[in-house]
Design a protein around this ligand. Sequence first.
Ligand SMILES: Cc1cc2nc3c(=O)[nH]c(=O)nc-3n(C[C@H](O)[C@H](O)[C@H](O)COP(=O)(O)OP(=O)(O)OC[C@H]3O[C@@H](n4cnc5c(N)ncnc54)[C@H](O)[C@@H]3O)c2cc1C
Length: 324
Amino acid sequence: MKQKRILIYGETDGVGLSAVTRELIGKSRALAAKSGLEYSLILIHDQAENCRDELSAYGLSRIYIWKDAGDFRADRYADLLADTIRREDPDILLVGGSPEGRSLAPRVAAIFRTGITADCTELALDTENRLIQTRPAFGGNIMAHILTPNRRPQIATVRPGVMPPADRTEYCPSPEWILCRNTARTSAIRLLGIEPADAAEEIDTCSLLLAVGGGLKDKEDLEMFRELAALLGAGLAGSRVLVERGFLPPEAQIGLSGHSVRPRKLITFGISGSLQFRAGIRQAQKILAVNIDPEAEIFRAAHTAICGDLYEIVPELIGQLKEK
Ligand SMILES: Cc1cc2nc3c(=O)[nH]c(=O)nc-3n(C[C@H](O)[C@H](O)[C@H](O)COP(=O)(O)OP(=O)(O)OC[C@H]3O[C@@H](n4cnc5c(N)ncnc54)[C@H](O)[C@@H]3O)c2cc1C
C-alpha cells in the first residue's frame, strides 16, 4: 500500500522560509508523528538554496525546488505545483493562507477537481487518516469540521499565526532534493504596474502589541496611541470597528476576518471582546485589557483587567513613561 503523504507549498519572505511555511511544517510533523505520514515540500524560488540548511532540519522526506519560474504568477505557479502533485501523489496539500497561497490553492483544486477548505485554524486526522479541516463558520459562531472524502489531494489553506512553527532538529534523516526546471510554462497574466501600499506595520510579528477598539471616539485620538506605541516599542493594531471607521488600514485588523496575532503581551483599549475579535488573539501569551465597562467580555479573556476610561489612562501612562 502506498505511503500516505502530505505536500507543503513553501514560501519565502525574502530572507528565509516564511513564518506560515514553518507553521505548516510544524503541523505536518505533528500529524506525521501520530500517523506515520511522510511530509515533503515544494519551493518555487531561484534562491531556494539559501533555505537548504534550514529545510534539512525538519524531517522532510523530499524537497522539490523549482528554478527559473520568474516572479509569482498564479496560473504559472499553479501549473508547476500541479506537476509536482502528479509526481509526488500526495493525499494532502497544505498551503499558507498568505495572499500568494490564497490565489494559488483554488486554482490547483480546480485542476484536480478536488475540494479545498480555506483559512483553516486547526487540522487533525481521523481514524482513517483523512484530514479533518477545522475553520470558523457562520461569523465565528460555530467551528466547522470539514472532510474531503472522495477526491485527492485534500487541499487546505491555513491561517497564518494559528499553529506553532516547527523547531529545527539536529538529528533527522536528510531529505531527498529534487531539482526541477520551469520549461516553456508562460503566464496569461500581464503585470501592468505595481503601486506600493502604505507601509503597514507587521502586526503578526510584534512581541508587544497595542490594540484599540470602538471606545476610541475620533481618528485624531489615535495619535496618543501612536505616541504610547513609540514609547513602548510596540506595534499598533485594532478591532474591525476602527478599520470600518477608516481610522486604521485593513492590515491592522485583528480577528476572524483580520489577522491572528501571537504577541508576548497584548494590551487592548476600548475593545469589547467579541467572539470574532477573540478568534485572532488566542495565541497571545499575556493579555491586559482596559475597558470602561466592568461587564465587558474582553475581561474574560484577559490575564489583567483594568476597568477605567482610556482617555484618562493613556495620557497618564504616556506622562509616566516620559518622566522615566
Ligand atoms: C463575520 C464577521 C466577522 C467579523 N470579524 C471581525 C474581526 O476580524 N475583528 C473584529 O474586531 N471584529 C470582527 N467582527 C465584528 C465584531 O462582531 C464586533 O462588532 C467588533 O469586534 C466590535 O469591536 P469593538 O469591541 O472594538 O467595538 P465596540 O463593540 O464598539 O466596543 C467598544 C468597547 O469600548 C468600551 N469603551 C467605550 N468607551 C471607552 C472608554 N472611554 N474607555 C475604555 N473603554 C471604553 C465599551 O465598553 C465597549 O466594550 C466580525 C463580525 C462578523 C459578523
